[in-house]
Design a protein around this ligand. Structure first.
Ligand code: URA
Length: 237
C-alpha cells in the first residue's frame, strides 16, 4: 500500500469491513488516529500514524497476489449481474477487494491474475509497461507465411487508429499457434486473426510477463503467487 493513504481505504483493506461500513464506523466515533477520534473518511494517514478501530490497532493488510486457471463460462470481472465471475473460485477473506489484472473473454481459458495491489495491477495492465502475454490459439484453418508475417508486423483492427504492436508467432502445428503480444486491446487476439481472414476456435492464456500458468492447477483452481513471480512483473516486460 502506498502512503499516505485515505483512512477509510486503510481500514477496509485491513479488515473485513466494506468502505461503506467503515464510513459508518468513522461517523460513529469508533476510529482513533494517534489517540484522537477521527470521523473524516478522507483523512490521509502515514505509516507511522497509529490507527485503532474499537481500540484494536489496525496494521497494514499485506497485498495479495493470486493466479487462477480460468475455465470457460466465467467472466474476468469481479462483479456482474448476469454471469458468474472468476471470484467464484477464490476462497479468501475480503475477496471483493481483489481486482483482475488483464481480463479474458468469457470463452477464453487460462491464466488470470488477481491482486489488491493497485500499483502492481497498473504495471501489468498499463500499455506503457508493455507486459508480454502469451496465448495458445487454435484456428479454423492453417496460417500461411504471409499471414504470420502480417501478424508479427502488426495489423489494422476495425475502428482502431493504430496498427497492433509487433507480435511473435510460433507455429505449434497447422491449427495451433502461440502468439505473444504486449498490448491488451479489446478481443485483441481474436480480432488479429480475423484481420488475416482466419478465426480463433479456442484461446488459452499461458503467461503474463514472467508468470506462467502453473500446470498443477486444474481449471477453476488457484494459488498464491511466489515472491519471484510477483517481482517478475516490470522486469521481463
Ligand atoms: N484476446 C482475445 O481476443 N480474447 C481474450 O480473452 C484475450 C485476448
Amino acid at each position: 500500500m502506498k502512503f499516505p493513504v485515505r483512512l477509510d481505504r486503510l481500514i477496509s483493506q485491513a479488515t473485513d469491513h466494506s468502505r461503506k461500513q467503515v464510513k459508518y464506523l468513522l461517523k460513529d466515533g469508533y476510529v482513533t488516529v494517534n489517540g484522537e477520534i477521527e470521523r473524516q473518511a478522507q483523512r490521509k494517514v502515514n505509516q507511522d500514524d497509529r490507527v485503532e478501530l474499537m481500540d484494536e490497532p489496525i496494521g497494514e493488510a499485506s497485498a495479495r497476489y493470486f493466479m487462477l486457471h480460468k475455465p470457460q463460462g466465467f467472466i474476468s470481472a469481479t462483479k456482474d449481474k448476469e454471469h458468474l465471475t472468476v471470484l467464484e473460485f477464490i476462497d479468501e477473506p475480503r475477496r471483493e477487494n481483489l481486482s483482475v489484472a488483464g481480463r479474458l473473454d468469457i470463452d477464453t481459458t487460462g491464466l488470470v491474475l488477481l491482486t489488491d495491489d493497485g500499483q502492481w495491477l497498473h504495471q501489468v495492465i498499463s500499455p506503457k509497461h508493455q507486459c508480454e502475454k502469451a496465448y495458445r490459439v487454435e484456428t479454423t484453418k492453417p496460417l500461411d507465411q504471409k499471414a504470420i508475417a502480417k501478424l508479427e508486423q502488426g495489423v489494422w483492427l476495425n475502428n482502431e487508429k493504430t496498427r497492433t504492436a509487433p507480435a511473435q508467432i510460433e507455429v505449434i502445428d497447422e491449427y495451433h499457434y502461440r502468439i505473444i503480444i504486449t498490448e491488451g486491446r479489446y478481443h485483441q487476439v481474436k480480432r488479429m486473426f480475423a484481420a488475416v481472414e482466419n478465426h480463433v476456435e479456442s484461446l488459452h492464456r499461458e503467461r503474463i510477463a514472467g508468470i506462467v500458468l502453473d500446470s498443477a492447477l486444474a481449471p477453476g483452481e488457484y494459488r498464491a503467487l511466489t515472491q519471484a513471480e510477483i517481482e517478475s512483473v516490470g522486469k521481463l516486460g
